[in-house]
Structure formats: C-alpha cells, structure tokens
Ligand binder design. Sequence first.
Ligand SMILES: [Zn+2]
Length: 423
Amino acid sequence: MRVLRVGSRGTDVMEIQSLLKKIGYNPGPIDGIYGQQTKNAVTQFQRDNGLDADGIIGPQTYKVLDILLRGYDTYYIQPGDTLWKISRDYFTTLNRVIAANPGINPFQLQIGQRIVVPYGIDIVDTDIDYTYEIMERDIQGLKARYPFIEVGVAGESVLGKKLYYIKLGNGPNQVFYNASHHALEWITTPVLMKFTENFLKSYTNGKEIRGYDLEQIWNNSSIYIMPMVNPDGVDLVLNGLSTDNPYYNELINWNNGSTDFSRVWQSNIRGVDLNHNYPARWEESRRRALELGITGPGPTRYGGPFPLSEPETETVTEFVKNHNFRLVLAYHTQGEVIFWQFEDLQPPVARTIGEMFERASGYRLAEITGIGAYAGMKDWFIQEYRRPGYTIEAGLGRNPLPISQFDKIYNDNEEILLLASIV
Ligand SMILES: [Zn+2]
C-alpha cells in the first residue's frame, strides 16, 4: 500500500473515497483524485478513530481503513458480551453475525471465543473502477460473511493472477457465468460480484429477489461464477502499464507505440484477444483477422498463435470439462444484445430461453456476423456440448463503459442471472 495524500490519483484513491462515503463521510466526487475534500474527509475519519489527523493515508490509517474495506472484523468474546450487544456496537445485524459464524450458539458464548463480525455495510462497491485487487478482497470478504459458499481458484493468468470462481447453491443443475474476457469490459465483473452478494444476502435472510425463491434455486442449482477471466488485461486498462511488467516493451509495441491502454486494450497481457482464442472455427477467425490486417499481438482481435494458447482460455475450457454445465452466460459490453447461436449447432431451446432473457432484460436477441462469430467462449461451448450458451453484450455506449452505468446494467441483467439458473 502506497502512501496517499493530496495529489495522489488512482483506483486505490477511488476505493477509499467510496468507502468514506459509504460510512458517512464526504470525500467529494468518487473520481480517484485526492483533493482537498478527500483530505478533509480523511482528517475527520482520523479524528474519529484516534489517529494522527494529518489527512494523509499512511500505514496507521490504512490499517484501520483496511478492516473496513474487508467488511468484517475478528472479535474475541469478552465477559458480559451477547451477540446482540456486539451487533449493536458494530452497527450490524444479528442475522449477519449468525450467518458468518455457522454453528454458533448465542446462549453459550465462551470468553475468548473468536468470532467474525461483518459490518452493516455491503462489500461489493459499484461506484468505483473495479480492479483485480478489489475483486480479490471482496471475494475474501464474501467468504468470511458467508462461509458456506465454495470459493476456488480454477487457474492462473499469464502474470499469475488467480482465476477465481464462486459457487452458489448445491443443486444438480449446474450453470456457468463468466465476465471480463475483454479488458475494457471490466464493468461486467462487478455485475457478477454484486449479484453474488445480493443473492447471498437475500438467501440468508430468507428473502426472494424479483419473486424468485432463492432457497429453491440453492437446492436445485449450482451457479458457478468466474467474475474476471482476464485479470492482467483489466489491471492494464485500469491501473496502467507498470515498469516491472515483464512485457513492458512488447506491450508498447503491440499498442502502436502508446503507453495509454485505458481506451483500447481488450486482449490479455500477451496481446491475445481471449474471446478469439477458443477452438471453434478458430482458423476462420484468423482468416478474417488477417483480412483486417491483424497479424500478431495487439489490443484486440488477435486470436493467438493457436487455439487455447493462453492460460486463461485453457483454464475456462478445463473448468467447463470438469463440470456438467447445462447453460453458459459470457458477459461482455456493449450493445444491449444477446448472441445465442453458433453455426446453428445450438439446441432449439436456446431460442426459447433467449426470448425469456429478452423479456427479462429489454435486450434483444441478435445474430452475429463477421469476425465476432467465431472462436469465442460461448461458440466453443455450443459446439462441444450442443447446449444453450449466450454472449450478453450489456450496456450501451463506447467501451470502456463508465461505472456510472452500473445501476442500469445491473437492473437490466439481474433477472437473466436468476432465470438462467432454473431454465
Ligand atoms: Zn467483449
């Protein structure tokens, strides 16, 4: 953690601004720029927490902020404690404390017993640039709050970042949702993360979402969520090119000499467009790329030296092979359209389900043509399994879509995410 002060800029500043706002301070706009207003909010926070009130986030202040960012604290039971009292002191609910400590008996607390106390605030922030680091911390936070979920690592990216998955439910009907194959389309990651949190929150409270019975879904289905397939690319887009990147010089070359990746880079860190790297008429994809003048690594549409040349796509296909997925959703931006076909290999029910998604979201089913029609994740899934697979192009505008579009995108897609687990 670097020291943050007036003049600092970046996704880490943005994350702390969002947190301060969430807990009742006024850091100004959540823009990743540490200005006077952010400094004032930090100073106030420091005073309230008995810290040196200098308006600079150094190790001491960060330590306190970090616990809040994680969304939970570890607490040791003191004489006279009750779970109700602890919940009140932490501004959280008894329900949340009980969910985070399975098997706990509120009437038989032991002095010195270690418990997890989730704060009353949500974990997944939807007003910030959502980096790999933030996702990783959020996954840990969700696992601490909801210890009954399965969290795993399916593989690693080129640079060794973990390709996490989260499993919701215990039923036989397995489905698979993934996001951020394309680096600029990182907003799809918080969509799946927020869905995960909302699902768990309502499920543990015995509530429905949009009339869907979550307990029934939990018992009948297993929803596997891989929220960030291309973490190296997302990191490059959001945090910029770091000098210790092993592909530093190549990346600048592949990016036509520019060090600005924030508006153009879709590929992984080796310049391979992961959604053109699957073995589903990959040669045709390459032929069309050549027609467009794409001959090697670059920001977009280069399908790699051979199918599944990249660890990210290799991980996804192995993950699919090791399960029995009835249906797949691959999240992208943008266009508010749903692609549902591949070479007419999809089963007839794919259209029926697609039409249900249309009604649920207001998006429309579309046929894809040109280079985008081959070598993608859903193409490979349909080809291999003849089961329903969808590319959902969420949101409207020019990639990268700003996080200010989050609420609309989430709202449009929440019912698709529920429906897909039961159709
Ligand atoms: Zn895409």
